[in-house]
Ligand binder design. Structure first.
Ligand SMILES: Nc1ncnc2c1ncn2[C@@H]1O[C@H](COP(=O)(O)OP(=O)(O)OP(=O)(O)O)[C@@H](O)[C@H]1O
Ligand SMILES: [Mg+2]
Length: 491
């Protein structure tokens, strides 16, 4: 790879000598006498090194160096000074010069310093790429997080002004992650993505509007599933190295897409099998439960007749526990089956109080502080209280599970235009983005005794009501569950 070097010196003779020597060293050279021309070139393409004369009439070398660093912050600059006082050199290095050269040059010194600067430049670039790659490989998380990290790393490791990762979904390419001076990547990015996907290899295309676009395909099992495209400044000369760096990032993205695909296939297969088994088990449990309930009721009546109130209370507790078990079993057998809502006018604040009463034992066990903030102007809402109770109980239980002893549980209602908003907030352990990303997945749980169906059922219930369920959570701070339901006020 040829290194591109910019030389700026107002002395014509020195300029041509330097140009000759550096070309002899195998560098691509751009030599200019006017610093303003130099700035023009710097805006157009990247250089690996600049040699700048300190004393120039229009703009001195230091000024030019600082302006150059505004445009290309990582450009190494060698300051040349004929008036070789060491003070000048030290000042230049303090202000960001990589090294200095005193005129007249000795060929050997010139070669050594230029080579050192170029090696350092290569090393810095490589280090940046390694660091970006390392961060990427260390990041675990939801596929979207990884894809976003790949975009960031690609931007960091190249001089790109924008980058987009496009994935094919049902035959259409969509920008899954992107960053750049636009709200959506321009159409040219999609065109380059399509081209690189059919070429099955990285390529570069110049466009008047968008600079130079470089794309690399994401290959999963040798088939293109998407592409990574970056936008470089106009007139940027793309090297083979640029193409291979982009291919490296695209390969990383392909791995993460493949992992996500495999995992979701695995999960859906496992889920189907688990679902079948759960339904069977639930079915087996249902009949004996009916018998148990009957025996408990008989026992309760008998103990009442015998005047044993304590025994009767125990029998009642058994009956209640059996009821709860039956409900759970019904939920499992009904899971996935469409629910039909039976709506009725429900005074919402009272309904919430009823739900809270059902979890009173857990509130007591945690000695939780319950804060109610109800909107008293709330009219009755047309909802299915039986179904909605399942959702709310799960939010309350989850919140109570998440808090520390003496933690806070906040339950609120608020009337909005045509809707009621219910919030359940806790100051508990909160959730990481990974948990949050999977929370609606059936059977996903972080609890030893959880079934992991709570949130997925709750979401179904809320959506069946035409409502919306949103979550905000910060690890270590707490979680807010927000449900918005259309009022459909009772007549
Ligand atoms: N308020 C919360 N604070 C912290 N984590 C929560 C909260 N709500 C849900 N979670 C996390 O989401 C997971 C899934 O919740 P979900 O209610 O679906 O299942 P579960 O509570 O584990 O089991 P169950 O089916 O008994 O409800 C929980 O295991 C927990 O990790
Ligand atoms: Mg739960």
């Amino acid at each position: 790879m040829t290194a591109s070097v910019l030389i700026v010196d107002d002395d014509h003779a020195i300029l041509s000598v330097l140009e000759m020597r550096l070309e002899a060293m195998g560098c691509g050279v751009t030599a200019v006498r006017d610093p303003r021309d130099a700035l023009g070139y710097l805006k157009e393409r990247t250089f690996d090194l600049a040699l700048v004369d300190l004393m120039m009439p229009e703009m001195d070398g230091m000024e030019l160096m600082e302006a150059a660093h505004q445009i290309q912050p990582r450009l190494p600059v060698l300051i040349m000074t004929a008036h070789g006082t060491i003070d000048n050199a030290v000042a230049a290095m303090k202000r960001g010069a990589f090294d200095y050269l005193s005129k007249p040059f000795r060929t050997e010194e010139l070669t050594t310093r230029v080579n050192r600067a170029l090696a350092e430049r290569r090393l810095t670039r490589d280090m940046e790429r390694f660091r970006a790659m390392g961060r990427l490989l260390a990041s675990t998380g939801a596929p979207e997080t990884i894809l976003r990290a790949i975009i960031e790393a690609a931007l960091e490791a190249t001089d790109a002004q924008g980058a987009a990762l496009l994935l094919a979904e049902n035959g259409v390419l969509r920008p899954t992650a992107h960053r750049g001076p636009w709200s959506e990547p321009p159409a040219a990015f999609t065109q380059v993505a399509e081209e690189t996907m059919s070429a099955l290899s990285p390529l570069a295309r110049a466009s008047d509007l968008n600079g130079v676009l470089v794309g690399a395909p994401l290959l999963v099992d040798e088939r293109p599933v998407g592409a990574l495209v970056i936008g470089l400044p106009q007139h940027y000369r793309v090297t083979d190295e640029d193409l291979s760096v982009l291919a490296l990032f695209a390969a990383q993205a392909a791995v993460s897409v493949k992992t996500a695909n495999d995992l979701s296939r695995l999960r859906s297969g496992a889920l189907t099998a688990l679902g079948r088994m759960a339904t069977q088990v639930a079915h087996e449990i249902k009949n004996p439960l009916g018998g148990l309930k009957l025996y408990a009721l008989h026992l309760e009546r008998r103990l009442q007749r015998q005047g044993d109130p304590e025994g009767r209370e125990l029998a009642q507790k058994i009956a209640n526990a059996v009821d709860h078990l039956s409900d759970t079993v019904t939920d499992i057998t009904a899971y996935g089956r469409p629910v039909r809502l039976s709506r009725e006018p429900v005074p919402f604040n009272r309904f919430l109080d009823d739900c809270l009463a059902l979890v009173q034992d857990r509130i007591d066990a945690k000695q939780a502080r319950v804060v109610r903030q109800y909107d008293s102007s709330l009219p009755d809402a047309m909802v299915d209280p039986r179904e909605l109770k399942k959702a709310l109980l799960n939010f309350l239980v989850n919140a109570l599970d998440a808090i520390q002893p003496h933690g806070e549980l906040h339950v609120g209602t608020q009337r909005h235009e045509g809707a009621v908003e219910v919030t359940v907030r806790d100051n508990g352990e909160g959730m990481t983005p990974e948990v949050l990303a999977r929370i609606f997945e059936p059977f996903f749980t972080t609890k030893e005794k959880g079934t992991g169906l709570g949130m997925s059922i709750a979401k179904g219930v809320v959506e069946l009501h035409g409502g919306q369920l949103t979550l905000e959570s910060t690890p270590g701070k707490g979680t807010t569950v927000r449900v918005t339901l259309p009022l459909e006020t009772a007549r």
